[in-house]
Design a protein around this ligand. Structure first.
Ligand SMILES: Nc1nc2c(c(=O)[nH]1)N(C=O)[C@@H](CNc1ccc(C(=O)N[C@@H](CCC(=O)O)C(=O)O)cc1)CN2
Ligand SMILES: Nc1nc2c(ncn2[C@@H]2O[C@H](COP(=O)(O)OP(=O)(O)OP(=O)(O)O)[C@@H](O)[C@H]2O)c(=O)[nH]1
Ligand SMILES: [Mg+2]
Length: 450
């Protein structure tokens, strides 16, 4: 805890009408503030009920006030929470009063930043706090909660520990240059670098799943005009979000909605339909749709099942496309038994946006598809973010370089220097690079006499 730091204050709940709003403060002034505001003795972590009187003595609200004594608080510093009635006007008056009493407005993320700086959380956990807040699906929340509890940090710690002993062995030979690296050591070093490389690669491979959990599975609905794309979006969203009409070419622009399908979150995008006779502006729209579909995680290809002659053509068209597509045969309520059989035989999902038939099956197919992105052998539900991915890419490069140098018999100093880069990259994920540990481990595993 750094007692020189100023005391920050902010509203911790959304601005708006609610049952209760919480204003929080953190920093060295909190202890005195708590005593002043409560006008009675406050016991840490025990809520006291009191009237909140502003600086000038005017009644603001009756509130519950809780004082947390550092380090036993979220930030690790002395902190204060004030629960008032959920009126944004009251909450604002309390924040302003705290500022008048010498607090400073907290910047975005500053409470968590302090928790990090005070060693309460590592950087991957601090990031997970935001992931927990933003998670909108079961899978996203589960993964964020695990990361908040240190799953990624622990995985990195284990890798750092191995890297540190690796580095210690290499460095031992820097101090004794006359000794050549014995072959058994060389073999172990090469093997260990290889194993760390493959673990790093495995972890890096969770990045796509991480993007999907954080942003939602980018799902683009495509198909010919009038196939029922917008109707399907409305059905899945559960409200009349997109305009639907019997007129072909109803949807002109992209419509995006976030929805939850089973344990997953989807960013569902409705597009302008393909039309074989499209000209001018319509063609441009189709071109944009194609680009969008190329970057999608999943394409829902909607086909009007009653237009069997077109369906057959479309089925042939998508046959060679990559496996990022679910074919949805819509308007099942109007289909003949023969059309239905054909669609089922072709492996399509048969649905009716009008009646809701088949929608559960479609949701199941989407959920299974999304689960396919989840890396195997990943019980910790680790799903890294872009920053972690960048650090791991650097680590992988360093490991590859170290391996190459070791094999080609270059001076061990250079191998050590590559490994230090890897250590720095691993350390970046948790947000700290600990050279002291290298030294500690070095002294622990090699005695001076060697
Ligand atoms: N009212 C309130 N609810 C909240 C938070 C908060 O800060 N205030 N949190 C945050 O935004 C989350 C909970 N996170 C927290 C983490 C640690 C501590 C804390 O005081 N830890 C002490 C005491 C632990 C104990 O008694 O077991 C410690 O670790 O020493 C508080 C909240 C979600 N709910
Ligand atoms: N009977 C029946 N009609 C449907 C079904 N789904 C959509 N329709 C009708 O088909 C017509 C076209 O539906 P839309 O959802 O606007 O089709 P779209 O694919 O978005 O069309 P564009 O935006 O023009 O490309 C409308 O008249 C809908 O009411 C369905 O499952 N059954
Ligand atoms: Mg439409």
């Amino acid at each position: 805890m750094n007692p020189d730091r100023d005391t920050i204050a902010a509203l911790a709940t959304p601005v708006g009408t609610s049952a209760v709003a919480v204003v929080r403060a953190s920093g060295p002034a909190c202890r005195d503030l708590a005593a002043q505001l409560a006008r009675q003795s406050v016991v840490p972590r025990r809520a006291v009920y009191c009237d909140y009187l502003g600086c000038g003595g005017a009644l603001v609200d009756d509130v519950l006030l809780t004082y947390f004594q550092g380090p036993h608080s979220y930030t690790g510093e002395d902190s204060l929470e004030i629960s008032c009635h959920g009126n944004p006007f009251i909450a604002q008056r309390i924040v302003e009063d705290l500022l008048a009493r010498g607090c400073r407005s907290a910047q975005a993320g500053e409470f968590t930043q302090r928790a990090f700086l005070n060693g309460r959380l590592d950087l991957s956990q601090a990031e997970a706090v935001m992931d927990v807040i933003r998670a909108r699906s079961e899978r996203a929340l589960n993964s964020a909660q695990r990361q908040l509890r240190g799953a990624l940090g622990a995985r990195m710690e284990a890798m750092i520990e191995r890297l540190v002993s690796l580095l210690a062995r290499v460095e031992a030979y820097i101090d004794f240059p006359e000794e050549d690296l014995p072959p058994e050591d060389r073999g172990w070093l090469e093997g260990e670098i290889e194993r760390l490389g493959s673990e790093t690669r495995q972890l890096r491979a969770t990045s796509r799943y991480g993007d999907i959990l954080r942003d939602g599975l980018k799902t683009v609905i495509v198909g010919r005009t009038n196939a029922g794309k917008s109707s399907l979006l409305n059905r899945l969203v559960g409200s009349e979000r997109a305009i639907v009409s019997a007129e072909p070419g109803t949807t002109r622009d992209f419509i995006e909605e976030c929805i939850v399908v089973g344990p997953h979150c989807l960013r569902l995008i409705d597009t302008a339909g393909f039309n074989t006779e499209a000209t001018g502006v319509e063609r441009l729209g189709i071109e944009r749709t194609r680009k969008l579909a190329e970057r999608a995680d999943l394409v829902l290809r909607v086909i009007d099942i009653t237009r069997w002659e077109d369906v057959a053509g479309d089925l042939a068209e998508y046959a060679d496309e990559p496996a990022t597509m679910i074919v949805v045969c819509n308007k099942a309520d109007l289909a003949t038994p023969l059309q239905r059989q054909g669609a089922v035989a072709a492996g399509a999902c048969v649905v009716s946006a009008a009646t809701g038939e088949g929608l559960d099956d479609l949701s199941g197919a989407i959920a299974r598809f999304a689960d396919g992105f989840k890396p195997r052998d990943n019980e910790d539900e680790i799903a890294i973010n872009a920053r972690h991915a960048e650090a791991l890419a650097r680590a992988q490069e360093g490991l590859a370089a170290a391996g190459d140098k070791l094999r080609s018999g270059v001076a061990v100093e250079l191998v050590a220097s590559d490994l230090r880069e890897v250590l720095a990259a691993y350390g970046d994920i948790g947000g700290r690079i600990d050279n002291e540990r290298v030294l500690d481990s070095l002294f622990a595993s090699f005695c001076i006499g060697k």
